[in-house]
Design a protein around this ligand. Structure first.
Ligand code: ZNH
Length: 157
């Protein structure tokens, strides 16, 4: 659970990203695919070159979902319920840890795709926010994105 202070910190910082939020989505995805190439297997139908139209538009969708989440910090599970079903049943994004535990882990990567994307989003936020990405903000976003990842994987079997 996020504390009241963490919640207001996240809301405040998210507000500051308003003007470049869409780029943050695309940049995070490009970073994910480049740093952790096995995650590309989820997007065989995408043009994954830097700045591609598909990365940009998917980035916007991911960021829009995060905006929804920021508005419902008390109730993430409900706010992201549909998205959770989609990821668990249709997309089968693997929440398991460790190589060999899931259907996509042929490359040896010690974290799930969800954790890796969370990590990439944090790096991109830090690049955009600079000094404003304080240790407190970092800690709050880490918790927030872990909570989102937990919801997106809670229906996965
Ligand atoms: Zn995801 C889709 C969000 C993670 C994979 N996604 C999606 C969408 C959204 C999202 C909003 C859209 C939906 C519709 O259309 O309806 N995701 C999200 C978020 C997150 C995520 C928020 C976290 C943070 N995903 C993820 C991961 C992965 C994924 C990690 C792997 C890698 N997704 C995906 C896919 C899809 C999606 C594959 C589909 C795409 C297309 O279009 O095809």
């Amino acid at each position: 659970m996020l504390t009241a202070e963490e919640q207001s910190l996240i809301q405040k910082v998210w507000e500051k990203t308003a003007s470049h939020r869409d780029e943050i989505g695309g940049e995070s995805l490009y970073r994910l695919f480049t740093s952790y190439p096995s995650t590309k297997t989820y997007f065989p139908h995408f043009d994954l070159s830097c700045g591609s139209e598909q990365i940009r538009s998917h980035g916007k969708k991911v960021v829009a979902a995060l905006s929804t989440a920021v508005k419902s910090l008390d109730n993430l599970s409900q706010a992201l319920s549909e998205l959770s079903s989609l990821h668990a049943y249709n997309l089968r994004v693997d929440p398991e840890l460790g190589p060999g535990t899931g259907n996509r882990s042929s490359d040896v990567e010690p974290h799930s795709a969800l954790q890796l994307l969370s990590q990439c989003i944090q790096v991109v936020l830090a690049l955009h926010l600079g000094k404003e990405y304080t240790p407190e903000v970092h800690a709050a976003f880490d918790k927030f994105l872990s909570a989102v990842a937990a919801v997106l994987s809670e229906k996965y079997r």
